[in-house]
Design a protein around this ligand. Sequence first.
Ligand code: HEC
Ligand code: HEC
Ligand code: HEC
Ligand code: HEC
Length: 437
Amino acid sequence: MKTILAHGLAWAALCASAADAPPLPYEAKATHVGVVNCASSLCHGSITQWKDSQVLQNEYVTWSRVDKHALRANQVLWNERSKRIVANLGLRQPAHEAKLCVDCHGHNPPDALRGERFKAADGVSCEACHGPAEHWIKSHVAPGATHEENLKNGLYPTEDPVALARLCLSCHFGNKDKFVTHRIMGAGHPRISFELDTFTQTQPPHFVVDEDWQKRKGRWDGVRVWAIGQALAAQESLDVVLDPKRGRDGLFPELVVFDCHACHHPMSETRWKPRVGTRPGTIRFNDANLLMLRQIVRQTFPAESATFNDLVLQLHRAVAGEGGDAHEAARRLHKGLDAVVAKLRPREFDDRDLRAILAGLVEDGIAGQYGDYAGAEQASMAIASVLNFLARRGKLANVRAANAALDRVFETVRDDEKYRLERFQAALAELKTFVAR
Ligand code: HEC
Ligand code: HEC
Ligand code: HEC
Ligand code: HEC
């Protein structure tokens, strides 16, 4: 009874914070008109950018030609791999008809909210990210239309890093409505990796953050996007632990929130090394995002560092059966992350912050903190982003050599199954010479 009550309270707390958030595009109660309505050459389908427009006007062309969300996201559901996944799961429908798959590999609003020109085959379409256009399609092009009015009419606030993270993570990790479980991965679905800033840059972007953008939408700070992306990703994993429906699979907890390679490596290779809060032969919570947050909190709000690290340690200890209740630890950390996000939202990052974060990541890496592949993968993406910001600000002395050193870091995380901590550490030690300057 006591634990049931605790779960109930945890859920109430989670729902309270989620209630302030705008509905995700697939949850919104308005009609989705279809990509074709955005695609005309006078709207977002121009072949070239317009010089005197606030936006590029060629967004459709970028999306349809080079963005994997357009065709590929949906087309992969017809391939052999998808057939195998669906067969292994024992689903009756083909993948391109199964809600389980289409919810992420396309835009799947309820039938009643699909306009005449809506096409499921369009994949992850404009409205999958920008929200159903019924109430803003006309008004967003009216003379003098402001961004606030567009938002009121149901445009999704993609410029807000918290809303952005929730949106991308809804498919690039999953949420209460859609989710790639370990069973789906066991059936053949690839492991999903995500980092908000890197993925926003590689989508590729169909927008430029110039003066005009910032006047309409506020400041865009890539480091803040990265940091908030880490906090929300960590919260999504904790949500799985706390969700009585998603959190368990028979006798076991849902395995997706743990370090994949803790279980998936040959027994002949004993790799265990002492790590904060873990013991040999126990399963580790995948703390890749938490390791990044440790850096972020340490550099940005040093006074909170000890408390934050303690919340993480309590979770690790509880997961490993070293004391404490894992749900309680997850709930407390989730709440701690709410506070981190609230502090990050208004935070501006200067060059000194960038250098401190970079140095911290490299030092932690050399010291062996990223022994698990997922942590090393996140650290590599973070280091690349921070170096990129410094280079764009003209604050990186030897960009070419730094890039070459960064390539060597990425080489060590290219294949998760061949990851070796020692090689990652050596590549970081080499990169370190560029961080100091
Ligand atoms: C929670 C969202 C989500 C669900 C549910 C989901 N997927 Fe995926 N899937 C993704 C994402 C995101 C990727 C891309 C991973 C990456 O490359 O980072 C992906 C990748 C894939 C790939 C590899 C694509 C490629 O380009 O090689 C296949 C195949 C696939 N999914 C099939 C399926 C099938 C079949 C289902 C239903 C059983 C399904 N997925 C359910 C999000 C999802
Ligand atoms: C995977 C999500 C995603 C999809 C799909 C998507 N967008 Fe975007 N879009 C974004 C993000 C993120 C931004 C940047 C944040 C912002 O400006 O609000 C953006 C920005 C924009 C902007 C604003 C640029 C500015 O200067 O204000 C326009 C216009 C736009 N997208 C049009 C489109 C059109 C048209 C499509 C479909 C052809 C589309 N988008 C598909 C995520 C998406
Ligand atoms: C409705 C679900 C959905 C949403 C929302 C979504 N994505 Fe995706 N995204 C996918 C799927 C599915 C794929 C895999 C496409 C493939 O390779 O088959 C993908 C692929 C990508 C890729 C290419 C990855 C690779 O391996 O090459 C990037 C980059 C990306 N997404 C970024 C984003 C960003 C940034 C956002 C938020 C603005 C976002 N996505 C929102 C479903 C989604
Ligand atoms: C607690 C241990 C554990 C963790 C953590 C774990 N797995 Fe597994 N995984 C298993 C077991 C057990 C099987 C079933 C193996 C079998 O059927 O031979 C399995 C099966 C699989 C398979 C199918 C392998 C096959 O031979 O058919 C894939 C793919 C997979 N897991 C991926 C992942 C990914 C990706 C993650 C991390 C997100 C992960 N696993 C985390 C234990 C784990």
